[in-house]
Design a protein around this ligand. Sequence first.
Ligand code: FEO
Length: 402
Amino acid sequence: MRPVEVKNGIHWVGVVDWNCRNFHGYARSAMGTTYNAFLVEDEKKVLIDTVKAESLSQFLCNIAHICKPEEIDYLVVNHLELDHSGCLEKIVEKVNPEKIFVSPMGGKVLKTFFDCEDWPIHVIKSGEEVSIGKRTLRFFETRMLHWPDNMFTYIPEEKMLISSDAFGQNWATSERFVDEVDKGRVERLMAEYYANIVNPYSPKVIKTLESLDELGLDVDMLCPDHGLMFRGEEDVKFALDAYSRYARQECENKAVIVYDTMWHSTERMASAIASGIADGGCSVRLMSVKANHHSDIMSEVFKSGAVVFGSPTHNNGILPGMADVLTYIKGLRPQNKVGACFGSFGWSGECVNILTDWLKAMKLDMVEPAIKVRNRPDHDTLKECYELGLSIAKAIREKTGK
Ligand code: FEO
């Protein structure tokens, strides 16, 4: 896509990655993504953020619509993950910048990715300002949002906050602003992005939002480095409020049952538990690990008040697809949920103990009893599963207070 002037003299020069389906090598991005970058024309010309290595030619084309690369004076590197810095070496070569601004952690990370001994690196402290003519750049460290090096760049004269990974969504579009598309879809994709990328750092998000509040920054344009941008008071507030809810990990009166199955016994148990949850007054979704990507499962876990895991015993363990999902979800640290587990077995029956250990390691509040059955759930076992579903629904409603 061609550049878009988002403010007078400030152009979006990023790249739309229409066909990205594997974001960062682990998360599904069904709608593609964008790598947003901004060129500010003032007494100093400033390029804020770059793009991944594979998108270099489109990026250079977009810059060339505005100015020659060598006319750029400063580079701002808000984040060094390679979706934002993969082409940095090439850009430094083309631009030959007078200064490159990075956070203190950014200065350290830069040296581990690039041979940058002769680069004009300027490490800036949080809150520091740099005048570029009529405008000022003010920088804020936002460690672990989503790496230790992240920072925001604020342009007070434009009320513009460039927020790197925060508030991003994986959505490749021809539109650049949220007010040009379906806002409900933006919210869903922003929540998916948060669940799969940002969730482990929720305490940092709360601190960042508090600091923004204390600083009283006037923001009328919020520009994440992925997806659509928020302009106007209403849409900026929409994004900030959503992050505040996400960071508190507020959950809904719903449960997700994540299961794997060999000969449908565990699946039948899952179905009976689901009936109990539904009759107990909560919404429920069954997700087979074979039919669903771990990112989609995590997006559902993120919203749910209960997470229920079921697997048959396989070779004294659990099925490998279930181990994949558990590993992924545990790393993303879901909080404020109840958990339960179940499974079938042929002879040794370790599944339920293994699942219980995973759920306890995730610090979920367990709903007992875990249910296991040899070979085939009979009527009594299915009744027990249904009753477990009722107990799970009760525990969810106690947790949410709804
Ligand atoms: Fe968009 Fe942490 O990279």
